[in-house]
Design a protein around this ligand. Structure first.
Ligand code: C2E
Ligand code: CA
Ligand code: CA
Length: 735
C-alpha cells in the first residue's frame, strides 16, 4: 500500500518540478526579451541622438565656412573700395604703394595669405604670397576656376564687382576673393579694358581648419579629398561646381556615449526585477508544493485507518480498482478476502477498548506478515479486514492464505498481560482477468464472509452464485415476515412447564409460529434470526408479549414465559414497552417470566444488569435461556440476579447417550444450583431424561415428553381435564 501511494505522489512531484522549471524558463525568456527590447529602443534613441548631433555638426561646419567666406568678402571689400588704392593701382608710379599696402599685407594677417592684383588682361601687376613675390605664373598655381570667378566679376560691371569662391591651387584648396579696385563709393572712371582687380587668397590649411573646428566646437574637423568616404561631410566645390574636397569631423556620438552609460544600468535593473519575480515565483512554488504535499498527505490520511495504519474502506476501493484494471490487462485473477474477527466484541466489552485496539493492531501486524507481496491489506470496519491481490493460481492461493490466517488466529494472542483467543470468518471472491468489477467483487466477498459466519465461525467460504439465490430468498422472506407482523399474521403456541415434584403444569412458554402464505410453516429458528438482523424483532417481540399476556389472563393459575431477543433487550426503552403492555393487558407482572440468552449479556454486562434491574422492579421474573450451550461464565450469572436458569436441551438430550454427557449435565445443573437459582430442564423427550434431571436437582421440566407446544385452546382443555396433561399423568404413574 505505501508503494501505491508513494508512486502517485512521486508522479505528481515530478509534474510540479517540470512545471516550475518551465515557468522559470519562460520567465527568464520574458526578462531576456524585455531586456533586448529596452536595449533596442535605447539604441534607437542613441542612434537618433548621434544623427542629430552629426546634422548639427554639418550645419555648424556649413555656417563656419560661410562665416569665413563672409569674413574674406568683408576684407576684400575693405581693400578694394579704397580711394588711395584707385589713385595708386591705376597710376604708373603707384607700384610702391601697391606693394606696400597690398603685397606685403599678405605676410602678417590671418585673413589671407596671398594678394594679387591683375589687369583686364589677367596679367599680374603684383603677386605676393606670405609677403614675398611669388615665382609661378598664375595659371600654373591656380586651377582654371579662378578665371570663372574673374569672368563673373568682370561682367558684373560697377554694380557689385566682387566674388568669393573656392579654387584649387598648387598648395591645396583656397578660398579666393576677387574684386574690382574702385573708389570708396564704387566710383571709378577707368574704362573697361584698363581696369585692375584685387585677389585675396586664403588657403584652407590643416591648421586653419583645425582652428575653425576649435572655434565652432567641431571635433576633428579637417579637409579631406572628395573621394574620402564619410557619412557626414560638407562639400567644398569651386565656382564651376567641381569638387575640391570635403570637410569631415569626428562624430561625437553622444547617443553612443549615453547608451554605453545607460545599458549596464538597464540590464542590472531588469535583472533585479527578474530576480525579484523569480524569487516570488520560487516562494510561491514552494508554498504551492507544501500545500500540495499537505493535500496529498491529507488524502492519504483519508484513505488510511488510523488505528491499524492499514488502508481503510475508501483506500481499499481505490486499490481494488487498480488491481482489477491490472488484471484486465495481464489476464491474472483478482482475489478478494473479507475477514471478520469472531469474538472481537466480547474482548472489547470485557477487557475494554484499549485491549480491543491492541488486538486490532496485533491482528493487523500478523496479517501483514502473511499476505503475499504486492497485496493490499485494509481494515474496513471495527473488526473487519480485507485483503486483495493478484494471482495466477486462482482460488487455490486464496484458500491457502485463508488457511494460514485461520491457523494464525487460532493461536492465543498475547495482548499486554492478557491472552485472548479470537477466530475469523473469511469470505473469498475472485475476479478472473478482472472480469468482475470492484463493487460486485466486494459484494461477493462480503456475502461469502457472511455465509462463513452463519455456517459457524472460524471458517472460510468461497463465493457461490447460489448464495445470491439464498440472499434473495432471505430478502423475500424478510418482506413476507414484515407483512405478517404488520397484519398480525403470527400465532402463538404454548408449551407446558411442569413442576418436577407435583408433576403439575404450573406455567407455559409462549412460542411464536408463522404460516408463511404460499410456503407453509417456517421455523422460528429461521425467521427469528432474520427478524433480529433486519430490525423486525422489536415489533415481533412486542406482538408476542402482548398476545401471550392477553391469552394468559384466562389461565390465572399459570405462569407465562416469553422469549426476548438480544435485539429487543438492547433498546433502552424496552422496559417501558414492557410496563406499557403489562398495564394494557392488566396481567399481574409476577406471573410473567422473560427468557433471555446469554449472548448479549456477555457483550454488554453493564447494560444487561441495568435492564434486568428495571424489569425486575416491574415485578417480572427473568430467566436465563439455553444455559450450557454457550460461554456460561459463572461469574457473570451471579451478578445479574436471574430468577431461573433453563438448561439447554442439547445437554438434556445427551444424558442417556454416555456417562460423560450425563456428568456434564449433572455438573451444569450443579453449577446453576450453586447460585441458589431454580433450574428448568428443557427438551425432555423421554421418561429417563425426566427422571435424571429431576435427580440432579431441576425443579421444573419442559419437553415433548410432557407436551409439545400447543395452541392456547389445548392448554385451556388441559386445565379443564383435571389440570393434568395426558403425558404428565403417565410420567407420574411411571415414577
Ligand atoms: P427456545 O426458547 O429454546 O424454545 C424451545 C424450543 O425447543 C422450541 O422450538 C420448542 O418447540 C423446542 N422443544 C421443546 N421441547 C422439545 C423437545 O422435547 N424436543 C425437541 N427437539 N424440541 C423441543 P421452537 O418453537 O422451534 O423455537 C425455537 C427457538 O426460537 C426458541 O428456542 C426461541 O429461541 C426462539 N423463539 C421461539 N419463539 C420466540 C419468540 O416469540 N420470541 C423470540 N425472541 N424467540 C422465539
Ligand atoms: Ca425459551
Ligand atoms: Ca431454550
Amino acid at each position: 500500500m505505501p508503494a501505491f501511494f508513494g508512486q502517485k505522489s512521486q508522479y505528481s512531484g515530478i509534474g510540479r518540478h517540470t512545471t516550475v522549471v518551465g515557468v522559470l524558463f519562460s520567465f527568464a525568456l520574458i526578462v531576456a526579451v524585455v531586456t533586448v527590447m529596452v536595449l533596442t529602443a535605447l539604441s534607437h534613441v542613441a542612434e537618433n541622438a548621434n544623427v542629430l548631433d552629426d546634422e548639427r555638426s554639418r550645419e555648424t561646419t556649413t555656417g563656419a565656412i560661410k562665416t569665413v567666406q563672409e569674413q574674406l568678402g568683408a576684407t576684400l571689400n575693405d581693400y578694394s573700395t579704397w580711394n588711395d588704392a584707385v589713385a595708386n593701382v591705376y597710376s604708373a608710379d603707384g607700384m610702391a604703394w601697391t606693394i606696400d599696402n597690398y603685397g606685403e599685407a599678405s605676410a602678417d594677417t590671418p585673413l589671407f595669405d596671398m594678394t594679387i592684383v591683375i589687369g583686364d588682361d589677367k596679367k599680374p601687376l603684383i603677386a605676393y604670397r606670405n609677403g614675398q613675390p611669388m615665382k609661378e605664373a598664375l595659371s600654373d598655381f591656380f586651377s582654371p576656376s579662378l578665371w570663372a570667378l574673374f569672368d563673373s566679376v568682370k561682367t558684373a560691371g560697377l554694380q557689385s564687382p566682387e566674388a568669393v569662391g573656392f579654387v584649387g591651387t598648387k598648395r591645396g584648396v583656397a578660398m579666393v576673393g576677387l574684386a574690382l579696385v574702385r573708389g570708396k563709393f564704387g566710383t571709378l572712371d577707368v574704362p573697361a579694358g584698363q581696369r585692375r582687380y584685387l585677389i585675396l587668397v586664403r588657403h584652407l590649411t590643416d591648421k586653419k581648419i583645425a582652428a575653425l573646428g576649435e572655434t565652432y566646437l567641431i571635433p576633428g574637423l579637417k579637409l579631406v579629398p572628395s573621394t574620402y568616404d564619410a557619412q557626414y561631410s560638407v562639400a567644398i566645390n569651386d565656382a564651376a561646381g567641381r569638387a575640391l574636397g570635403k570637410l569631415v569631423w569626428v562624430s561625437r556620438s553622444p547617443g553612443d556615449i549615453g547608451y554605453a552609460q545607460v545599458w549596464p544600468m538597464v540590464v542590472k535593473a531588469l535583472g533585479l526585477v527578474g530576480l525579484f519575480f523569480a524569487v516570488l515565483l520560487v516562494i510561491g512554488w514552494l508554498a504551492g508544493r507544501r500545500l500540495k504535499a499537505e493535500e496529498i498527505s491529507a488524502r492519504e490520511d483519508a484513505l488510511r485507518d488510523r488505528l491499524s495504519g492499514l488502508s481503510n474502506r475508501e483506500g481499499l476501493g481505490f486499490a481494488v480498482d487498480e488491481i482489477v484494471a491490472e488484471a484486465t490487462q495481464t489476464g491474472k485473477s483478482v482475489l478478494l478476502l473479507y475477514l471478520d474477527l469472531d469474538g472481537f466484541k466480547e474482548v472489547n466489552d470485557s477487557y475494554g477498548h484499549g485491549t480491543g485496539d491492541q488486538l486490532i493492531r496485533a491482528v493487523a501486524a500478523g496479517l501483514r506478515m502473511l499476505i503475499p507481496e504486492g497485496a493490499v491489506l485494509a481494515r474496513i470496519g471495527g473488526d473487519e479486514f480485507a485483503i486483495a491481490f493478484l494471482s495466477d493460481g486462482g482460488n487455490a492461493d486464496a484458500l491457502q492464505l485463508s488457511e494460514q490466517i485461520l491457523d494464525f488466529l487460532a493461536e492465543p494472542l498475547e495482548i499486554g498481560r492478557r491472552v485472548v483467543v479470537v477466530g475469523a470468518s473469511i469470505g473469498i471472491a475472485m475476479s478472473a482477468a478482472g472480469a468482475i468489477g470492484r463493487e460486485e467483487l466486494v459484494r461477493r466477498a462480503d456475502l461469502a464472509m457472511y455465509k462463513a459466519k452463519e455456517a459457524g465461525r472460524a471458517r472460510m467460504t468461497l463465493y457461490d452464485p447460489l448464495m445470491d439465490a439464498d440472499r434473495e430468498e432471505r430478502n423475500a422472506l424478510e418482506l413476507d415476515l414484515r407483512t405478517a407482523i404488520d397484519t398480525g399474521d403470527l400465532t402463538l403456541v404454548y408449551q407446558p412447564l411442569i413442576d418436577a415434584s407435583t408433576h403439575e403444569m404450573y406455567g407455559v412458554e409462549a412460542l411464536v409460529r408463522w404460516n408463511r402464505p404460499g410456503h407453509g410453516p417456517v421455523s422460528p429458528e429461521i425467521f427469528i434470526p432474520i427478524a433480529e438482523t433486519s430490525g423486525l424483532i422489536e415489533a415481533l417481540g412486542l406482538f408476542v408479549l402482548r398476545k401471550a399476556c392477553e391469552t394468559a389472563k384466562q389461565w390465572p393459575e399459570l405462569r407465562v414465559a416469553v422469549n426476548v431477543s438480544p435485539g429487543q433487550f438492547r433498546n433502552p426503552a424496552f422496559a417501558d414497552y414492557v410496563r406499557y403492555v403489562l398495564k394494557q393487558t392488566g396481567i399481574e407482572a409476577e406471573r410473567v417470566t422473560l427468557e433471555i440468552t446469554e449472548g448479549y449479556m456477555i457483550q454488554n454486562p453493564q447494560r444487561t444488569r441495568q435492564s434486568i434491574e428495571r424489569l425486575k422492579t416491574l415485578g417480572l421474573k427473568i430467566a436465563l435461556d439455553d444455559f450450557g450451550s454457550g460461554f456460561s461464565s459463572i461469574g457473570y450469572l451471579r451478578q445479574f440476579g436471574f430468577d431461573r436458569i433453563k438448561i439447554d436441551r442439547s445437554l438434556v438430550q445427551g444424558v442417556t447417550e454416555s456417562d460423560s454427557q450425563r456428568e456434564m449435565l449433572q455438573a451444569t445443573v450443579a453449577l446453576a444450583r450453586s447460585l441458589n437459582i431454580p433450574v428448568t430442564a428443557e427438551g425432555i423427550e423421554t421418561e429417563e431424561q425426566a427422571l435424571a434431571v429431576r435427580l440432579f436437582g431441576c425443579d421444573s421440566l419442559q419437553g415433548f415428553f410432557f407436551s409439545k407446544p400447543v395452541p392456547a385452546d389445548r392448554i385451556t382443555e388441559m386445565l379443564e381435564e383435571g389440570r393434568r396433561p395426558d403425558r404428565l399423568g403417565r410420567a407420574t404413574s411411571a415414577a
